[in-house]
Design a protein around this ligand. Sequence first.
Ligand code: NAP
Length: 257
Amino acid sequence: MQTAVVTGGNRGIGYAVCEALAAKDYRVVAVSRDPAASAPPDVEVVQGDLASRRTVNALAVALSERCPTIDVLVHNAAVWPTQLRHNEDGIEESFAVNHLAPFQLNLALEPRLRRVVQVSAGLYVRGRIDPERTPWGKDFDPMRTYCDTKRANLLMVPMFARRWQDAGTTIDAVHPGVIRTNLGDRGGVQGTLLRLFKRLWPAAATGAAPVVRLAAEMQTQTGTGRYFNIDKEQPLPQEPELVRRVWDQAWELTGAR
Ligand SMILES: NC(=O)c1ccc[n+]([C@@H]2O[C@H](COP(=O)([O-])OP(=O)(O)OC[C@H]3O[C@@H](n4cnc5c(N)ncnc54)[C@H](OP(=O)(O)O)[C@@H]3O)[C@@H](O)[C@H]2O)c1
């Protein structure tokens, strides 16, 4: 039986991904901040918080103890920040959860990984990362920061693909579509309007489908380092200097270097 680990498996797209992978006979481990969170039937829950270096490190230890091999790791959890908050390392919350946490987990778990699927967002195209400011939220704006963190995270995918080429571990990223979940929910007039709009959007299972398709591709291993807009492969931005800078900075901020 193959093992799949899904972050943010307690609700939204992550919950639907867990459900679909369990139906495909994977042993599914959902990472959730709340250990008592509901999970689909036959899905194990591991408590884990992606908020800081310390908590991600603790999660890596817990996953290593539970899973000698991780056939597929789905980085699904993310935050759309509605206000500026810093973690215990002084890093802006969504930069830590959306970008640094998957980076740190990839490195901590790499000996046991066979395949990684990064849930991305088409809005990455609007991201403009400023390595001097973005990690600390000095240029914070809810929409901009979400896009910045998703771009930083996505730019790491081809870097990990290259790093893992000899080991045979593959990694691809996917935008799941615009989906009705609680992502970015907020109060006020904007929040009410957003909730109304969301009624028109497809349910979580629709967003899970392209993620699950990529996750299950490991047997065929048709590629690595790719980005899919739902089911369509698209080229990634070519900005090697920025990519190298963001990569080196992530090593430093996660304490890997
Ligand atoms: N929905 C869309 O239209 C859309 C579009 C493009 C991309 N995406 C991407 O799809 C993925 C799933 O999003 P969603 O729409 O399903 O969002 P969601 O319903 O808001 O779910 C987010 C998940 O991330 C978890 N999470 C947040 N912070 C965490 C932390 N510090 N530690 C551990 N888990 C944490 C949440 O756990 P808690 O329950 O503990 O908060 C929740 O399980 C994200 O990567 C998002 O960027 C979504």
